[in-house]
Design a protein around this ligand. Structure first.
Ligand SMILES: Nc1ncnc2c1ncn2[C@@H]1O[C@H](COP(=O)(O)OP(=O)(O)OP(=O)(O)O)[C@@H](O)[C@H]1O
Length: 887
């Protein structure tokens, strides 16, 4: 949070000498000294002095000098009409914004208009349409247990203030907190008392610790749910969070649209830790840039409305672990996939649905305008159609949905009868309520209409009566209606005409009758506007009474859209329905594809997978051969299946997994910050602690962040532990060929490899997985393709060949591992910077001196120091020194 909060010091010091308006500004700033106050003055939100400078800088606005009786001040104003765009910039710059609006009608006050902070905008609690993405926007809170009064160690609560969705879960330890926060993916995080050091990709907000205190939190929570239903630590997290939400929404009391606070058990779904979410690229592509949309979610998202989009995202974030529930979802998807006509009809109807969840919350917050109500009615209008289409649906889940599709006929009728078909944005300026809905309004409108008709006829009538053929009836803002007569006809003006205004060649008059009519018209118009507003508010309140039922309907529409999306994907020729078993049989995939890579790749090679319970597959092969893709595809197929989707494979027979863990070796990981090797090890620790026999563990190049010897030792020990102690299904892609020997030592450990065909100097990757360990090294070829200097390539070849000759053991050996491991990645940098052991003492290699020196120089040039750990660098230096000394 920026330091530019609180009142500008220049004004603060002289508060009592300032004009009343600036005094008010200073007061609002003092009251909200943790936020940047935008102060409404006319059509602008103003800021002053140093705060104005900050705002002008971030929003690229021009500063102006403001002068009043007390002095000159700099000011910057954000136009109210497109404030959203500027507010977004200020949020992005890390500000919390307090909107101080006029809370009195300026025309009805004599003195200074009262302004009050009506809401606080933060990145996690925005509710304005312009600022909200269609995805869920959560603010989350974490608290830790305090000295034995709590029955759980930590709790994570989240609320989406745009929809009112509010949930809380206990978390037994720090790792679970991190995992749950990653899964919620909040836009803002409150780190409450006792929360572990936050590790989130979003702004962290300081919020009143007292709000999380047991009594205060329970008191807040009481307005939403029975606090006794919650463990203390949960009540503290969700109570403190709701207090924050209330504060940001400028509400004095509870947020009406948060109608339910749901407790959930974080273990009630297939758990994906932060690393898994990241490396499986469910929602974010690690490469970013153009490939940003290459995520599992975007690949399978065929939803047609915002409700469904959010639901599908939450299904992917929390795939099911209840086999029956998964099968029920799959039955529904299956039926919708098979019945093309039904599917298309439902999708067609649903595409007309508005974002009912957010509409309802706006209705409850009294922020909905007439268009919003029409959107509610428009959404209700598709419900009978949907129900009818689903009439003969057979799947249980679809039957339940049909029952949940609440037509809310009375609400729809009310809106359709009351609200104009294409109403204006403003709700105070008339044109909102339909004729025939309210007798009094109709009467007032009739008076206004008749008055206007009388005036419209007046010109002709008066021309005839007076004989003045160019007499005109007109209207202006200042004088109202008038009758205009040119000077040449003034003689013919009747007696009752009263002079109003003299122009150059004419005079303007009024008559008592015209005056009376005018008052009548104005009175009626004003009365009509006021009445319309009143009626609108009544209708809105009546719709708000149905908020729970409307949210129930929104829920059903969301589910239907998400199911249809899965079904639309399922009809693709490469997709099939997964089958589940009890976990005792192998995880078996026939001709599986990576859903995202396969979409981008014309000739994707499908691969089988078979992982018996408790088995470990060691996957070797040259760089770029497809190891990571293969392992991730197994993970993604499992996730997709448990979310209720068909999977990209000819067939899949799967266990119900409790967790998917992934760990991608340091050099493959783009996450910066702390030492990548440290991070790698701490994530490995989580896996070794938390994996069970129902977990799937995907390890990619683990151990690469350190020296070969250490890395290999760690990789081996971790694999042994996973196999011997944990019994989790594990896939381990590795360049350490030594590890492949484990297959001979332990039942259930087996080797897989990827092959490439060498044609002269070229290597073609087959991207096909085969049994057994990899036996050839193509790292050198990849290095050549990547443009590594010829001298280095030649030298490497010589080394490999001599090494091969020196190898007596035909089975994969340490030396083989080393050469394979020392492959060079596509970026042209040494992917495994540690030296192949024994490289410099290989028998029979007497390199030519000049070439060796050249090779060393080229290697030095090629070193990517930014990606080299100190230990690697030291090893490397040692190696180079040895090579020079030996010459
Ligand atoms: N089954 C496949 N069919 C077609 N292309 C594939 C297949 N698998 C992977 N590829 C392509 O090969 C590229 C490299 O794959 P991947 O990253 O999985 O290799 P890797 O063996 O893990 O490499 P490294 O060891 O360098 O990390 C991918 O970007 C993809 O374009």
């Amino acid at each position: 949070m920026s330091a530019v909060t609180g009142p500008p010091s220049e004004l603060d010091e002289r508060r009592d000498e300032l004009t009343p308006m600036l005094q008010q500004y200073v007061d609002r700033c003092r009251e909200h000294d943790d936020a940047l106050v935008l102060f409404r003055v006319g059509d602008f939100y103003k800021t002053f002095c140093e705060i104005a400078e900050e705002v002008a800088r971030i929003c690229e606005l021009t500063m102006i000098e403001r002068e009043d009786s007390t002095g000159t001040y700099t000011a910057a104003g954000i136009p109210v009409d497109n404030a959203a765009e500027y507010v977004e910039r200020l949020l992005d710059a890390g500000h919390r914004i307090a909107i101080a609006d006029q809370v009195e009608d300026p025309s009805e006050t004599n003195g200074i208009v009262e302004r009050a902070v009506t809401r606080i905008v933060t990145s996690g609690t925005v509710v304005d349409d312009e600022l909200l993405s269609p995805d869920s926007t959560y603010v989350a809170a974490v608290v830790g247990g305090d000295g034995g009064t709590d029955d759980g160690e930590f709790a994570v609560a989240s609320v989406d203030v745009s929809t009112g969705e509010c949930r809380v879960a206990a978390a037994p330890d720090r790792a679970s907190v991190r995992e749950e926060v990653a899964r919620v993916g909040p836009a803002e995080l409150l780190a409450g008392p006792g929360a572990p050091e936050p590790d989130a990709d979003c702004p962290i907000t300081d919020w009143d610790d007292d709000a999380f205190a047991v009594d205060r939190a329970r008191e807040t929570l009481d307005a939403y749910a029975d606090p006794d239903r919650f463990a203390t630590v949960e009540a503290r997290a969700v109570g403190g969070l709701l207090a924050y939400a209330e504060y940001t929404q400028g509400d004095d009391g509870a947020l009406e649209y948060v109608s339910r606070v749901q407790r959930y058990d974080a273990a009630d779904c297939l758990r994906l830790d932060a690393a898994a979410l990241r490396s499986l690229e469910l929602f974010e592509n690690r490469a970013g840039g153009e490939r940003e949309s290459d995520t599992l979610f975007e690949t399978i998202n065929e939803t047609v409305c915002a409700l469904g989009r959010r639901r599908l995202a939450s299904w992917l974030r929390r795939p099911l672990v209840d086999r029956r529930a998964t099968e029920a979802r799959l039955d529904a998807v299956d039926e919708l996939a098979t019945r093309t006509l039904l599917r298309e009809e439902l999708r067609d109807e649903l595409s007309a649905a508005y974002d009912l969840e957010r509409l309802v919350s706006r209705v409850s917050r009294e922020r909905a305008n007439a268009r919003d109500l029409r959107s509610v009615a428009g959404t209700l209008a598709i419900v009978p159609e949907l129900k009818e289409a689903l009439a003969d649906a057979e799947a249980d889940r679809l039957g339940r949905l049909r029952d949940d599709l609440d037509e809310l006929g009375a609400t729809r009728e009310l809106i359709e009868n009351a609200i104009a078909e294409d109403p204006p944005q403003e709700i105070t300026e008339g044109g909102v309520i339909r004729d025939g809905f309210d007798d009094e309004l109709d009467e007032v409108r009739r008076t206004e209409r008749e008055g206007r008709a009388w005036v419209a006829d007046l010109e002709a009538k008066e021309r005839e009566r007076t004989g003045i053929d160019n007499l005109e009836v007109g209207h202006n803002q200042v004088h109202g209606y008038y009758i205009e007569v040119t000077d040449s006809h003034l003689d013919s003006v009747p007696e009752e005409y009263r002079r109003r205004q003299t122009l150059k060649n004419s005079e303007r008059f009024v008559t008592p009758e015209l005056r009376r009519r005018e008052d009548e018209i104005l009175g009626a118009a004003e009365r009509a506007d006021a009445l319309e507003y009143e009626i609108f508010c009544e209708v809105r309140a009546e719709v708000a009474d149905a908020a729970d039922r409307l949210q129930g309907l929104a829920d059903a529409l969301a589910t239907l859209d998400a199911l249809l999306s899965l079904a639309t994907v399922a009809v693709g020729p490469e997709f099939s329905r997964p089958a589940f078993h009890d976990g005792d049989q192998p995880l078996e995939i026939e001709a599986g594809r990576h859903p995202v890579v396969a979409r981008a790749q014309d000739e994707f090679v499908p691969n089988d997978a078979e992982l018996p319970a408790g088995s470990v597959a060691l996957v070797t092969g040259p760089n770029m051969s497809g190891k990571s893709t293969y392992m991730r595809q197994v993970g993604l197929i499992s996730v997709l299946a448990q979310a209720g989707g068909f999977v990209p494979a000819d067939s899949a027979s799967l266990p119900v997994l409790d967790r998917v863990f992934t760990r991608v070796g340091a050099s493959d990981d783009i996450a910066g910050g702390q030492s990548t090797f440290m991070r790698e090890m701490s994530e490995l620790t989580d896996i070794l602690h938390d994996a069970t026999e129902d977990s799937l563990v995907l390890l990619d190049e683990v151990g690469r962040g350190t020296s070969t010897a250490d890395g290999l030792a760690i990789a081996r020990a971790a694999t042994e532990f996973l196999h011997d102690e944990v019994g989790a299904r594990t896939m381990f892609a590795t360049h350490y060929h030594d590890l492949t020997a484990l297959a001979d030592e332990r039942d259930g450990v087996f080797n897989l490899h990827f092959t490439a065909i060498r044609d002269g100097d070229d290597v073609t990757f087959l991207h096909r997985v085969d049994e057994g360990p990899s036996s050839s090294s193509y790292g050198v070829e990849v290095a050549r393709m990547a443009g590594v200097p010829d001298a280095v390539v030649e030298r490497s070849r010589a080394l490999v060949e001599s090494e091969d000759e020196a190898t007596t053991d035909p089975a994969p050996s340490a030396t083989q591992a080393a050469t394979d491991g020392a492959g060079v990645d596509a970026a042209g940098t040494d992917a495994d910077a540690s030296p192949p052991p024994g490289q410099q003492t290989l028998p029979g290699t007497e390199p030519d001196g000049a070439a060796e020196l050249q090779a060393i120089a080229a290697e030095l040039r090629g070193l990517d120091l930014a990606r080299t750990t100190p230990l690697e660098a030291l090893n490397r230096l040692q190696e180079l020194q040895d090579r020079v000394t030996e010459r």
